[in-house]
Ligand binder design. Structure first.
Ligand SMILES: Cc1cc2nc3c(=O)[nH]c(=O)nc-3n(C[C@H](O)[C@H](O)[C@H](O)COP(=O)(O)O)c2cc1C
Length: 445
């Protein structure tokens, strides 16, 4: 009780320059965190290479106390995009060691975000589309971009738990300071949490306890696979912003369920491909705040959370960042702002209040708008990775076309690579999740 009380007092007084000690023992040097942004910059073999190293060296010297990588895939057959990074039991660890080293070179902590996209795998990508139930992605005219998903068997579920544990263990081997388990934005773990996508009637579906079981099992196995001093975090939606979907009451209960599992930090976000609240737009017609989209929900959730929270989404001004800390949130998460100005933390931690203007695309087609918004940011990430300056005012259509050209090239390379990887050996009956996932690790289709 006393520990909770002490934590409450500390967080109400936090400033951006304050350090933050975490339960596993590591200390964030300040309260600014770079949120995960899938860079789509993997080199051959879906590994980090020179471009990612350059990008992370730039961010490391920008002053954020925490850098969370873009999502790294735990399963080579299930990718959020063809230029994504994969880390599994058969990956070469050397490129990941170099990545961890540059990400830590500025004195901040470096965490790897680990993810399985579940049903959110584009129809033109090879591999598997796993989901709790056979509920397709609903994106209006753009729905055809995702194929019908395959409901997971109990064995698939056990193997996916093992894959997360393997990737976390390898992230530690590479020298990262922690991992963030991605359970937000409509990816696999969020699909299980969602009553709209998860229609299962077994122990993995139904009540929130059952829908949350996969996330909890993943966190337990990840925690057990890494050292006690290695940080384990979770990215969770404050709400999915869909009628009948995962809401803030569910989020509060999940935070409490995660409490006893040794989670260092939970990053709050919101939305999914179907309801892109993380870009400030929702499918359930809720009016989002123009800045710090999820702050009102976070203020409620801070009271329920037994661990420090990070809040990400729509933060571009120092005054907003300070308001976020005043609410009791422990870490301010920055995505787009750091793609457009990587040195922003240095300015905010000093006396400089320089803010960033993130352009917002406003087209009729919601799915296309979301894609263009991402393309604008990715355009600047590619420029930064090539040693050039970001270009926030790139025309959205130009950014989209650029994105698609890169994607096409990456897709043929990824498909050829996946094809060359050894096929899956079915796990022995009764194998532990980690053994089962090792059998899956060699990217089968
Ligand atoms: C290009 C791009 C890629 C992203 N990739 C990821 C990702 O890999 N994992 C994740 O959790 N969120 C991802 N996001 C979402 C961000 O982490 C963040 O939640 C969102 O952009 C809202 O924050 P912001 O307004 O500061 O950008 C991505 C966002 C962008 C723009």
């Amino acid at each position: 009780m006393l520990a909770v009380f002490t934590f409450e007092r500390k967080r109400s007084m936090a400033r951006l320059t304050d350090s933050l000690p975490l339960a596993s023992g590591s200390v964030l040097p300040n309260r600014l965190g770079k949120a995960a942004m899938e860079e789509s910059l993997a080199d051959a073999g879906q590994q980090p290479g020179a471009r990612l190293l350059h990008l992370y060296r730039t961010w490391a010297s920008g002053g954020a106390g925490l850098l969370i990588t873009g999502n790294v895939m735990v399963d080579a057959r299930a990718m959020t995009g063809p230029a994504g990074v994969v880390l599994d039991s058969s990956s070469d660890i050397a490129p990941f060691r170099r990545w961890a080293q540059v990400a830590k070179s500025g004195g901040g902590m470096a965490w790897m975000q680990i993810n399985h996209p579940g049903r959110l795998v584009y129809a033109d990508l090879p591999g598997v589309r796993w989901s709790p139930s056979e509920v397709p992605v609903a994106l209006g005219k753009q729905s055809h971009r995702f194929a019908r998903p395959t409901p997971m068997t109990a064995e698939d579920i056990r193997s996916v738990i093992g894959m997360h544990a393997d990737t976390a263990q390898r992230a530690e081997e590479a020298g990262f300071d922690g991992v963030e388990v991605h359970a937000a934005h409509g990816y696999l773990l969020a699909q299980f949490l969602s009553p709209l996508v998860n229609r299962r009637t077994d122990e993995w579906g139904g009540s929130l306890e059952n829908r949350g079981r996969l996330l909890l099992e993943v966190v337990r196995k990840v925690r057990a696979a890494v050292s006690p001093g290695f940080a384990v975090a979770v990215k969770l939606n404050s709400a999915d912003f869909q009628r009948g979907g995962f809401d803030q009451h569910d989020a509060a209960r999940v935070l409490q369920m995660l409490g006893p599992l040794g989670v260092d930090l939970v990053e709050l976000s919101g939305g999914s491909a179907e309801s892109p609240a993380m870009q400030g737009r929702t499918a359930d017609d809720r009016t989002m705040a123009r800045e710090a989209y999820f702050l009102a929900l976070a203020e409620e959730l801070v009271r329920a959370a037994p661990m420090p929270l990070m809040l990400t989404g729509g933060i571009t001004r120092k005054a907003t960042a300070e308001r976020v800390l005043e609410s009791g949130v422990a870490v301010v998460g920055l995505g787009s702002a750091l793609a457009l100005r990587p040195s922003l933390p240095q300015g905010w931690l000093g006396d400089e209040g320089l803010d960033v203007v993130v352009p917002h695309v406003q087209w009729k087609d919601k799915a296309l708008t979301a894609a263009a918004q991402m393309a604008i940011i990715r355009y600047s990430l590619r420029r930064l990775a090539a040693g050039r300056r970001p270009r926030p005012r790139v025309p959205p259509l130009f950014a989209l076309a650029h994105d698609r050209r890169h994607r096409r090239r990456a897709l043929s390379r990824y498909a050829a690579w996946l094809d060359r990887r050894p096929r899956m050996q079915p796990a022995e009956p009764g194998a532990t999740p980690v053994e089962a996932s090792a059998a899956w690790g060699a990217g089968s289709r």
